[in-house]
Design a protein around this ligand. Structure first.
Ligand SMILES: Cc1cc2nc3c(=O)[nH]c(=O)nc-3n(C[C@H](O)[C@H](O)[C@H](O)COP(=O)(O)OP(=O)(O)OC[C@H]3O[C@@H](n4cnc5c(N)ncnc54)[C@H](O)[C@@H]3O)c2cc1C
Ligand code: SF4
Ligand code: SF4
Length: 1018
């Protein structure tokens, strides 16, 4: 999915950044910005909103950086290091920014490697090793390696976002670390710049150059001096990631860092959190992709028993042992999609399950090991406790449930949130049961509780107590941390076992290793970074974890007063940390009526930086800019509603710029773990902005499109002239900003409404209102503006298909006989009042049918699904709820009816393959499967789905001159190449914008599913 990248920053923009800083009396930052823009090709982002977007990571902290630099080349990084050193500006390397402890926030020049520095530099198939740039994402690397039968096996949960540079920085570890180890076990070499600008190659001792060897000798000296301390105080568990790896010279980990016990100096940089050097490239050890996997799910009557048995299970050499506790089991059960999956893994009502995976080359051998698991559990007094899963599909489904359970937990509404600060303490397996019991008791005493999950194989169980950082969260966090630390010491574990030190664990380094080793860490820092330029205040001289000045939501956090246009009260709640019960909507004390709390649901986990088959986030997929990412947008809104971007920022330019490329696809509504719905937030901002700034001519024209319908369809030649008369397209771009490169939807005389007039010669016979109310198989068709006026053949086809199956079809109209409209064009322009009036008329017209249980069937996804979504937050009460419950896409309705045996029209066999592209809202609402199901009713139909994100047209977005290029790039990510490669297949797309984009981009006509069905009627 590599699209051409528009480089957002030009030299002139960079220079303006420097001038602006000068004006704002920040001469040092101005000089830094000026030199970066003059001496590099990278993007220089020093404005408040850009800095604010890089002030947070997946931790609870927020620190404003001095500025942000996005290098285009490795030479840019080298230049930035030199400039920062000259100007004494601290430097902070950053990957995906998914760290949970505050490693990537700091008052420094943040350097983001993810946009450009993400190439594979070299590959040795036989070693096997690969050399990569630091900004490459793990999933992308593994996709590259797959054809070679290899993978990089440090499988962190954030594999779709985490960069190899960041993973090395944190010494990350995955679910399968018991089989493959942590990053430190899988890095063979690192090329990195020191703060003095020298580029060094860190690797096996025998390969070192002079300068590198001197560093190795220095570290060896320290290790020798501290030998006794290291042996006495160093945690012996594999999952220890705190401090620097001084133990390379006196190995302490239960798993040696190298296969032959030799020393590799690169391992000193692994886990250094960007405090010693800036990685230019990493050489990584690869592993063969396992050919087979089998899973055994062990069911336990008590949580304690599950924890106790882990130590025995690991002796069977599994590749993963992952815990799912009772709470997560219940969360999965509550979700209709996950219920059958989780229940297939359960025996009775277990308090916990362990997912025990065996992987390797030979399936027969793995099945024997699965059998030995069954035997072991019998020996441990737990016969018949294992559900074996030998096939891949159920295994995959169960891993998905485990991930989703965590997401549901993170979506808790209210100010109390599950906070990550002791969630990766690692203890030896023989103490795991005692440790988890004791920590659960600590939570109870502090009036909170935690849900346990993850890596039982290596004694690292994730658990997040719920704390409210705006109130008493900070002191309670410290109190719990102190008690947890005492437990870790009692059980000889590691306080920081996976997520690194950052801000929340830095102060515990001295506690863990003692003052002498801490001094040795300081000496290493001094030797490699004497000016303390690299990510200062991390690992060495860290601040207190509970310093409220560093918090994203400190007790002083406030939001602006705002009267929202939409109903956000569902987010305006508080929760009880012990029971997780939330208060009634509207009682949370939010000065913005819940809008701010909805925005604050983004916990910065970075999941939206993904490039997989989902939709989220199309604009980021094209630009790779933090500004054009759901997380970047949510952060911009949060800074605006909390007054951190100045007064009136919500309706100001920074927010408008962040939302500019949001195509309102609702991909985030579905894919974001905490349900951030940016499309809805954009509607609110547009409405607020319109109230302050008014509308442009273009916004007005597009919004009023449905109202022009009657008039324009009487004189289509006049309204279509723009695309026929030379020069008019150009003029429309100049005057209205509508791209001259686009054709506009064609007005026509034969609208659906004319075709169904009783006296029209090509009329279709529709059921009257009375007839449909009395019919045995009634359907009310909601014919939207687009299918009613521009593509009436779709609505006609829908009527034919429904009538062929014996339904009485009535096309609903407003009380005054006008066509119905959902109001979307108005809402998108910020004309909330006008949009609401349209939506109200629609609800009023449909309500009598819905109250009689008659299905309301629609054709255009954004119009129909808006009834189930936005219209529920417009204050229409029961009417909206009843209509929403009965509103279905045509294919949803037909799929249900077909299953019930009520839809079985005579259909001819298909003669061509079908390629389906899903509209974003169909995907967001999980209603793609019915499209495939109903097309599958056509005999011999061969139907496949394009794995596409947004088509890029997105309502008026793709027509707008300034968005045309980005719109086409979105389409080129996957949709248009798939359509071009589709041969003579029928291309199916339900969205009117999608069909237009396919026509413009691939010169192919795509059909609504109604037309495909109609064309196959026998
Ligand atoms: C929901 C969730 C699940 C997670 N699951 C896991 C998990 O399973 N296992 C795990 O280990 N972690 C996990 N993490 C933590 C985090 O995702 C990992 O540590 C990840 O590897 C960080 O990658 P990143 O690209 O986001 O790095 P960042 O957060 O951007 O950076 C991490 C550190 O590396 C440094 N760094 C980045 N680039 C360079 C460079 N070029 N040179 C020098 N230093 C550099 C940074 O300064 C920083 O100190 C999880 C986080 C979240 C939010
Ligand atoms: S928007 Fe959602 S997916 Fe993106 S960082 Fe925020 S919470 Fe995560
Ligand atoms: S609505 Fe779509 S484009 Fe907008 S932030 Fe969400 S995923 Fe991105």
């Amino acid at each position: 999915m590599n699209a051409p990248l528009p480089l957002a920053a030009t030299r002139e923009q960079n220079a303006e950044t420097a001038r602006a800083l000068e004006r704002h009396d920040q001469p040092d930052a101005a000089e830094l910005a000026r030199r970066l823009s003059r001496e590099t090709q990278g993007e220089v982002l020093f404005d408040d909103a850009s800095r604010g977007r890089y002030a947070t990571d997946a931790s609870i902290y927020q620190v404003m950086p001095v500025g942000v630099f996005v290098p285009k080349t490795a030479e840019d990084v080298a230049a930035a290091i030199d400039i920062a050193r000259d100007l004494h500006a601290p430097l902070l390397p950053r990957g995906g920014g998914t760290s949970q402890c505050g490693q990537t926030v700091g008052a420094a020049l943040v350097v983001d490697t993810t946009k450009h520095l993400r190439q594979v530099l070299s590959f040795d198939r036989h070693a096997p090793t690969v050399e990569v740039e630091p900004g490459i994402v793990l999933d992308h690397l593994n996709a590259w390696l797959k054809p070679h039968g290899l993978w990089y096996p440090v499988d962190v949960s954030t594999s779709a976002q985490a960069t190899l540079g960041g993973m090395a920085g944190n010494n990350s570890c995955g679910s399968r670390s018991i089989a493959y180890g942590n990053m430190v076990h899988n890095v063979a070499g690192i090329a990195a710049w020191l703060a003095d600008g020298s580029l060094l190659r860190f690797g096996p001792l025998a390969t070192l150059g002079e300068k590198e060897r001197a560093i190795a000798d220095f570290v060896r000296g320290l290790a020798h001096e501290q030998r006794a301390e290291i042996e006495a105080r160093w945690p012996k568990v594999m999952r220890r990631v705190a401090g620097y790896n001084l133990d390379i010279f006196h190995p302490q980990s239960e798993r040696p860092y190298t296969d032959d016990g030799s020393v590799n100096l690169a391992h000193l940089l692994v886990g250094a959190e960007g405090t010693l050097a800036f990685t230019r490239s990493l050489t990584l050890k690869l592993a063969p992709l396992p050919r087979a996997k089998v899973l055994g799910v062990v069911n336990y009557a008590s949580f304690h028993a599950a924890m106790d048995s882990a130590q025995h299970i690991v002796k069977l050499m599994p590749s993963a042992v992952e815990l799912v506790d009772r709470t997560m089991i219940e969360l999965a059960r509550a979700n209709p999609a996950f219920r059958p999956v989780i229940e297939s893994a359960l025996i009775g009502e277990p308090q916990a399950i362990l997912l025990v995976e065996f992987s390797g080359e030979e399936r027969g051998e793995l099945l024997r090991r699965l059998q030995s698991l069954v035997q072991l559990m019998g020996d441990l007094g737990l016969p018949h406790s294992v559900v074996p899963m030998a096939d891949e599909a159920p295994q995959k489904a169960l891993w998905e449930v485990r991930k989703a359970g965590l997401n549901i937990m993170m979506s808790l509404k209210g100010d109390g949130k599950p906070v990550s600060f002791i969630e990766d303490c690692a203890v030896p397996l023989e103490h795991l049961a005692e440790y988890t019991d004791a920590l659960t008791e600590v939570f109870r005493r502090h009036g909170t509780r935690g849900t346990w999950y993850a890596h039982a194989s290596v004694g690292t169980l994730h658990v997040r107590p719920i704390l409210d950082m705006r109130r008493d969260g900070a002191p309670r966090m410290r109190a719990i941390a102190e008690e947890a630390a005492a437990l870790v010491r009692r059980f000889k574990g590691a306080y920081s076992g996976e997520h690194g030190d950052g801000l929340c664990r830095g102060e515990w380094i001295r506690w863990q290793f003692g003052p002498r080793i801490d001094e040795a860490f300081r000496a290493i820092k001094q030797r490699l970074d004497p000016g303390c330029l690299m990510n200062p205040g991390r690992i060495v001289d860290p601040p207190k974890m509970d310093d409220t000045r560093l918090l994203r939501f400190p007790p002083s956090y406030k939001t602006i007063p705002l009267k929202p246009v939409y109903d956000w009260s569902a987010w305006d709640v508080q929760n009880d940390p012990a029971t997780e019960q939330v208060t009634a909507p509207g009682t949370g004390g939010d000065t913005t009526g819940g809008f701010a709390k909805a925005v604050e649901m983004c916990n910065n986990n970075g999941h939206c930086r993904k490039f997989d088959a989902g939709t989220m986030c199309p604009s980021y997929r094209v630009t790779r800019d933090e500004q054009h990412l759901t997380r970047g947008r949510a952060n911009t809104l949060r800074l605006a509603v909390s007054g951190q971007l100045g007064p009136d920022a919500l309706t100001g330019d920074a927010v408008a710029a962040a939302l500019d490329l949001c195509v309102s696809c609702k991909g985030c509504r579905r894919d974001c773990p905490t349900g951030v719905d940016m499309a809805r937030m954009k509607l609110e901002v547009q409405a607020q902005r319109r109230a302050r700034h008014g509308l442009t001519l273009r916004q007005r024209a597009i919004a009023r499109l449905p109202d022009m319908a009657g008039f324009a369809s009487r004189m289509p030649w006049l309204f279509n002239a723009r695309d026929r008369v030379p020069g008019l397209a150009w003029l429309s771009e100049k005057v209205l900003g509508l791209s001259a490169k686009r054709s506009l939807p064609r007005w026509r005389r034969d609208t659906f409404w004319r075709l169904v007039r009783p006296h029209a010669h090509a009329s279709l016979r529709l059921a009257s209102r009375e007839e449909v109310l009395a019919a045995a198989k009634p359907v009310v068709l909601f014919v939207d503006t687009f299918n009613g006026l521009f593509e009436s053949e779709n609505a006609v086809a829908a009527v034919r298909v429904l009538q062929a199956a014996g339904y009485a079809v009535h096309a609903a109209r407003a009380g005054d006989g006008a066509a119905l409209c959902c109001g979307r064009t108005y809402l998108a322009a910020g004309m909330a009042q006008e949009g609401r009036a349209k939506a109200r008329a629609l609800i009023e017209a449909l309500r009598p049918f819905a109250e009689r249980g008659i299905p309301i069937v629609g054709l255009e996804p954004s119009c129909l699904l808006g009834v189930r979504d936005e219209m529920q937050s417009m204050g229409f009460g029961d009417g909206a709820r009843i209509v929403g419950r009965h509103a279905l896409m045509l294919e949803e309705f037909l799929a249900v009816e077909a299953k019930a045996g009520r839809f079985a029209p005579p259909l001819r066999a298909a003669s061509r393959r079908m390629l389906v592209h899903g509209h974003c809202h169909q995907k967001a609402f999980g209603v793609m499967q019915p499209v495939l199901d109903v097309l599958g009713l056509i005999p011999h139909a061969e139907v496949s789905l394009v794995e596409s994100s947004c088509c890029g047209m997105a309502g008026s977005f793709g027509y707008e001159a300034e968005h045309h290029a980005v719109s086409m790039q979105m389409a080129e990510l996957s949709l248009l190449p798939a359509v071009r490669a589709a041969g003579d297949a029928i291309v199916v797309a339900d969205g009117t914008s999608c069909r237009h984009q396919i026509r413009d981009g691939a010169q192919r006509e795509a059909l609504h599913v109604a037309r495909v069905l109609a064309e196959h009627l026998a």
